[in-house]
Ligand binder design. Structure first.
Ligand SMILES: *[C@@H]1O[C@H](CO)[C@@H](O)[C@H](O)[C@H]1NC(C)=O
Ligand SMILES: *[C@@H]1O[C@H](CO)[C@@H](O)[C@H](O)[C@H]1NC(C)=O
Ligand SMILES: [Ca+2]
Ligand SMILES: [Ca+2]
Length: 310
């Protein structure tokens, strides 16, 4: 064990040196919240918010990744190094199934009161990596942190959209790339997700961009979990007014809608339903704007502006 820790430390130190050394183009960058490991040529993110094992695959997938399967010692060292930054989140992290059998980390029942009871077996156990660097198993229903990984070869640089990954669609006439992540989020969660991707919640700046967004909202499968499938959160917000002040929607860049270049609301919108709609969205039926409750979960659109060069 001690020998192992020394190996881990020296690897961690070496990779730190590699990462801080100035080498143009040497360091790959996926999303802002992923860390590159040159030893595995892959990107990793430790999700310190916990989830049940069966939720992990989808959560990684939203980020274009998969649950990390510990296929090499470098993967384990990566988990070890990332966990070290968070002393408070317990000893175990969900990982993907490596197909091998491992010992259970669960305490065996001291006295089996009912030998006929085989609930535990039905519950099933799933793979974890421990702080000590072992692969063990725990009950799949536990809430644990988890780790996602994407290999650099699966997240190639997209020169049209200036982003790593394959999910952004380029609209050359508009000069932007767009993505509808496959998850429903509150407005703030959506804002953060786009930011982590190196993008921002979509802002419509022209009639042509309106056409493109309208088209985009009518392509592709519905996002699961959305409160209504025909609204997409976008980069507009208003402050909740004090008293009878008028409600004024601005873009996330603090422009008025007119300054942004597109100010068409859907019919009878903004209606501030239940006096609680201060976040902007795009309505699929006409591609125009609608106000929504910021805390409800909807699909959303991320945008990356790209400079057109001949
Ligand atoms: C949107 O779709 C319509 C019909 O499919 C097409 O005519 C139009 O050119 C598209 N607009 C953009 C900006 O892609
Ligand atoms: C946004 O713009 C308004 C109007 O120009 C200005 O009063 C306000 O201070 C701006 N807000 C920020 C955070 O810059
Ligand atoms: Ca735009
Ligand atoms: Ca509304």
């Amino acid at each position: 064990m001690e020998k192992y820790v020394i190996v881990v430390l020296s690897v961690v130190l070496t990779s730190t040196v590699v990462q801080t050394a100035y080498k143009p183009n040497a360091l790959k960058q996926y999303r802002k919240d992923y860390e590159y490991n040159p030893k595995t040529d892959a990107f990793y993110k430790l999700h310190i918010e916990s989830a049940r094992h069966w939720e992990v695959k989808d959560r990684c997938k939203v980020e274009g990744a998969e649950p990390m399967v510990p296929i090499s010692d470098f993967d384990i060292m990566q988990v070890h190094a990332m966990l070290k930054q968070f002393g408070d989140i317990g000893k175990y992290v969900w990982v993907g199934d490596d197909g091998l059998s491992h010992d259970s980390a669960e305490e065996p029942a001291i006295i089996d009161l009912d030998p006929e009871d085989d609930d535990i077996e039905e519950t099933g156990e799933c793979d974890v990596v421990t702080r000590g660097g072992d692969i063990e198993t725990m009950y799949c229903y536990r809430d644990l942190p988890f780790i996602c990984k994407v290999e650099a070869k699966d997240a190639p640089y997209d020169p049209h959209c200036s982003v790593f990954g394959k999910d952004y669609v380029h609209y050359p006439l508009v000069g932007s790339c767009y993505k509808i992540p496959k998850i429903a989020y509150s407005w703030s969660e959506a804002y953060s997700e786009c930011f982590a991707e190196g993008a921002h919640l979509v802002v419509i700046n022209s009639a042509m961009e309106h056409e493109a967004i309208w088209n985009l909202t009518n392509t592709g499968p519905k996002v699961p979990g959305a409160r209504a499938s025909y609204f997409f959160f976008a980069g507009y917000r208003a402050e909740r007014p004090v008293g009878f002040e008028p409600v004024e929607f601005r873009t996330i860049f603090n422009q008025t809608l007119d300054e942004a270049g597109f100010s068409a609301w859907s019919e009878n919108e903004p209606n501030n339903a239940l006096h609680n709609e201060y976040c902007g969205s795009i309505f699929q039926n006409d591609g125009k704007l609608n106000d929504l409750d910021c805390s409800h979960r909807f699909a959303f659109i991320c945008e990356i502006e790209v400079t057109w060069s001949p």
